[in-house]
Design a protein around this ligand. Structure first.
Ligand SMILES: [Zn+2]
Length: 216
């Protein structure tokens, strides 16, 4: 497998490590970490940093001028921390264990979106949703609006849009400004893991056309 090209932004890894990331996005980060040595190293370093900062904090006083020095000293010892500090289960098949957990260990139950495109919603709640998308080779992902953050990770095959090419392990982080029409590469179907923090409007093509015509 070629190395991962598109990674999780460091602030999102940090939010994941500190447990502040909504579940839908945490699933994508966990899946990426299981396939990416670089981001896993970032996560482990940030976890060690958080631990060192806590250890360095005086329990009965505000942080003193010495804190920075002691935190930096603790950082120097990060290399010595055991690798087991953050256990990352090995990927099983194309679905990383974080995805298998969402699937309850069962194969995805795909629902058709038309044109051969299918989806399986893993979890959906007010904080966000995460789903699997199946796009046959050469097909475009249905046009969809996203109101907030969107993270898409490729599990099988590849897709391409104006921002580049994404293959297994690669993550695309989109926001409402991102105008894109991802197209699956010819050949093997593209299976993606996609998290959003607002309900996605994966409308069928016809209703969307009607929306444009009637401006509803
Ligand atoms: Zn990475």
């Amino acid at each position: 497998m070629p190395p991962v090209q598109h990674h999780i932004p460091e602030d999102i890894v940090q939010a994941y490590v500190s447990g502040r990331l909504p579940h839908a996005f945490a699933v994508v980060v966990a899946a990426h970490l299981s396939l990416c040595d670089a981001c896993r190293a970032t996560a482990e370093a940030q976890e060690a940093l958080a631990g060192a900062a806590l250890d360095a904090l005086p329990s009965d006083a505000a942080p003193d001028a010495d804190l920075r020095a002691r935190t930096l000293a603790a950082l120097d010892s990060v290399e010595a921390l055991p690798r087991e500090a953050m256990p990352i289960p090995a990927p099983a098949g194309i679905y990383p264990s974080a995805v298998m957990a969402e699937l309850g260990g069962r194969p995805p139950r795909w629902k058709s979106l038309g044109a051969g495109i299918r989806q399986t919603i893993l979890t959906a709640g007010p904080e966000g949703s995460v789903r699997l998308l199946y796009i046959p080779g050469g097909k475009a992902v249905p046009d969809h609006g996203h109101n907030g953050l969107e993270m898409t990770m490729v599990l099988q095959g590849a897709f391409q849009d104006i921002t580049g090419k994404y293959a297994r392990g690669d993550v695309q982080v989109g926001d409402p400004d991102l105008e894109h029409t991802p197209i699956a590469m010819e050949g093997e179907a593209c299976i993606c893991l996609a998290a959003t923090d607002a309900p996605l409007r994966f409308n069928a093509l016809v209703p969307r056309l009607l929306q444009r015509v009637f401006r509803i």
